[in-house]
Ligand binder design. Structure first.
Ligand code: SAM
Length: 437
């Protein structure tokens, strides 16, 4: 029988090592160098000297866990949440908020240096209070091996759940529900069949969605209903693979300017209400919409930008890849009595030149893609000849790539600035304005 050579697995060198942290990566992790290889470490700050232990060693990078800080950064502060360090929700609570903003601005500055020949000063960051800012949370729920119910976010780098007693980044009206919600779920006959819950701070009341993997017992449904009434919540139940059903309360909505936007608890909505309001205002200002303008809103979701844009423009066309969201956007146009809006369902990874909406001319374009960015779209966007393009990004890497395409196609980067949508996390939201040369 042929014998194949099996390479021996190299054992991980777990000896403690000393490093100096050079910078943050795009996720808020500290980066040190071992020779030329980057080593990524959570919970550390640039300038700090630390002792670490490798937990992963690949050909082009390694990951290490912090053992001891030998020299602290002056920017280091005590985290305000008791779960910080274990919970995977926040990554930067150990860095003061001003320095978090500066670190994210610095990432944007590096992008502008790469893609523009002239030095471009960043616009002032769009900020709000860094606590109580999240208007939605999705908590995983499970009964562990010892029979204890767990409810919360996943641990950092793990599938384990951190049972939360608090979450000070959530809006207070939903954070306050954590202890009583835990007690409710723990008391249900079907506590083992709950998969997760969604909590959303909405109008006219906060919304709670309970997702179960099997049908819930009648008695449990009664208890959920009683809880919703007692706490004045909109209640949704999603059993097995069925669609969520609203059992109590009106359809949730949020307001932006004088507009009302309805949504369902699992829909994408911008997580930070106050930054969202400022972001939409800034987009309107940067696009400088004129009454005769025809505007294209790509990745429009349920109309968060489209509706305010349509109030200033002659016509607004919104494109979205999830059919249910297109229906939501159309309905939002109707309930706000706006008539100059059209929404289309399209996969924006496909060539828009083959679509009805893609053959039209637009004066201004807004795009707000998911993390992957909009690589396939950028040539189309540039060819429309739109005079102003606003690009809202949640990923600096795809932003840099897509911005370069616009610049190569005859646009100038006019403005760029960060939006503090996710304080205490490594996520970087930003807005850029491109002008046709
Ligand atoms: C970051 S969200 C922005 C939504 C909206 N602009 C807002 O402010 O609420 C991105 C949106 O793009 C949509 N999307 C993601 N990939 C898409 C694709 N390939 N084609 C079309 N839409 C897509 C998502 O469904 C989501 O609604």
């Amino acid at each position: 029988m042929a014998r194949f050579f099996k390479p021996q697995k190299k054992s991980l060198d777990t000896q403690h090592k000393e490093f100096e942290i050079l910078r943050f990566d795009h996720h808020g992790e500290g980066v040190a160098l071992e020779g030329e290889k980057p080593v990524y470490i959570s919970g550390v700050l640039p300038g700090e000297k630390v002792i670490v232990q490798l937990i992963e060693n690949k050909r082009h990078y390694a990951k290490a866990k912090l053992i001891k800080i030998l020299q602290e950064s002056p920017e280091r502060i005590a985290p305000f949440c008791v779960h910080y360090g274990i919970c995977g929700g926040c990554q930067l609570q150990h860095l003061n908020h001003d320095a978090q903003i500066e670190a994210k601005q610095e990432t944007l500055r590096q992008i502008t240096k790469k893609i523009t020949p002239n030095l471009l000063p960043l616009t002032p960051p769009v900020i709000c209070s860094p606590k109580g800012y999240r208007r939605r949370a999705r908590f995983s729920v499970k009964v562990n091996k010892t029979g204890r119910l767990e409810m919360g976010f996943r641990q950092r780098h793990s599938k384990e759940i951190v049972t939360l007693t608090q979450c000070p980044v959530l809006e207070p009206c939903i954070e306050a529900l954590i202890p009583s919600l835990y007690a409710l779920l723990d008391s249900l006959k079907g506590r083992r069949i709950i998969g997760h819950i969604e909590l959303v701070s909405a109008e006219p009341q906060p919304a709670l969605l309970v997702r179960t993997v099997k049908r819930l017992h009648k008695q449990d449904k009664k208890q959920l209903d009683f809880f919703a009434k007692e706490h004045d919540l909109i209640l949704y139940l999603q059993e097995e693979e069925t669609a969520p059903i609203r059992l109590y309360g009106e359809r949730p909505f949020y307001c932006i300017k004088d507009l009302k936007l309805q949504f369902e608890p699992q829909d994408f909505i911008q997580v930070n209400k106050r930054v969202n309001e400022k972001m939409v205002s800034q987009a309107l200002e940067w696009l400088a919409i004129k009454p005769e303008d025809k505007v294209l809103d790509l990745f429009c979701g349920l109309g968060n930008f489209s509706l305010p844009l349509s109030q200033k423009a002659a016509q607004l066309v919104g494109i979205e890849g999830i059919e249910a969201m297109v229906e939501r956007a159309e309905n939002n146009g109707k309930i706000n009595a706006l008539q100059n809006l059209q929404f289309y369902h399209s996969n924006l990874e496909d060539d828009p030149n083959n679509t009805f909406w893609g053959k039209q001319k637009y004066h201004k374009i807004l795009l707000d893609p998911a993390r992957a960015g909009a690589l396939e779209l950028m040539r189309y966007v540039a060819k429309t000849g739109a005079t102003r393009i606003v690009y809202v990004s949640c990923n600096p890497i795809s932003l840099a790539r897509d911005a370069q395409i616009l610049i190569n196609q005859g646009y100038r980067l006019e403005k760029m600035g960060m939006l503090d949508m996710f304080p205490h996390t490594g996520h970087l939201e930003s807005m850029s304005l491109f002008i046709k040369i």
